[in-house]
Design a protein around this ligand. Structure first.
Ligand code: AP5
Length: 207
């Protein structure tokens, strides 16, 4: 199973990706998480740290390089879920090219649809446990006592709004690109985590 998961900031991609990856035994490959890990390790150039903090995209060649390398690792031999990549048509073309060179292809591109007003609330109240990576929400999925919580630098309301704008501009081209290739399936992301999970699995033809 090789799957791309597209959706606006705070839509619930990371939350749902965990269920899919568990079910199919594939790794979740998130360019956002890889970039944040590089930042924590002091390996992300300052201009990219600033760009991310302001809600902008990092250059295509940076994320294309991360994906080219990560998808050759052992745990990705039988497939992977790409969370937050590609985000632009050039990234989609780069991915298509590298899969073609390896004699591989994508099975499906899932797009999670959530309206703007819900995205702000989901992202701003998100907290992640630094130790386990588990995603919580202060209102909908409160963290247990003792969790070592982190509030992402780009989860401030004004930055989330900027990220939503960037997403809308980018998907104006990316979603039609995948639709033309016959890969796109849209999923309504409004509802409880379990309700959305049911729709996600139905969209990929699994229970
Ligand atoms: P990235 O880390 O990819 O962030 P994102 O796409 O903005 O997505 P999020 O992680 O914010 O949200 P999510 O959809 O995973 O939601 P989650 O499941 O956590 O990218 C960050 C930055 O890195 C970018 O802005 C860019 O700078 C850079 N970058 C990354 N990839 C790039 C690329 N390819 N090209 C260029 N730049 C790139 O859920 C959110 C919250 O909602 C949680 O609290 C959760 O508990 C809650 N929740 C989830 N589902 C529900 C539900 N059904 N009901 C109620 N609450 C829910």
């Amino acid at each position: 199973m090789r799957l791309v998961f597209v959706g606006p900031p705070g839509a619930g991609k990371g939350t749902q990706a965990k269920f899919i990856c568990e079910k199919f035994g594939i790794p979740q490959i998130s360019t956002g998480e890889m970039l944040r890990a590089a930042k924590t390790a002091g390996k992300l150039p300052t201009e990219l740290v600033e760009k991310m903090g302001l809600g902008g995209l990092v250059p295509d060649e940076v994320v294309n390089g991360l994906i080219a390398e990560r998808t050759t690792q052992d745990d990705a031999k039988n497939g992977f879920l790409l969370d937050g990549f590609p985000r632009t048509v050039p990234q989609g073309e780069a991915l298509g090219g590298l899969l073609k060179d390896r004699g591989q292809s994508l099975n499906v591109v899932l797009a999670l649809d959530v309206p703007g007003e819900l995205l702000i609330e989901r992202a701003v109240l998100r907290r992640t446990d630094k130790r386990t990576g588990q995603i919580y929400h202060l209102k909908y999925n409160p963290p247990p006592q003792g969790a070592d919580l982190e509030h992402r630098a780009d989860d401030q309301e004004d930055v989330v709004k900027k990220r939503v704008d960037v997403y809308e501009k980018m998907t104006a081209e990316l979603l039609p690109y995948y639709d033309k290739l016959g890969l796109l399936r849209r999923v309504n992301g409004v509802g409880t985590v379990d309700e959305v999970k049911g729709r996600v699995f139905a969209a990929i033809g699994s229970k």
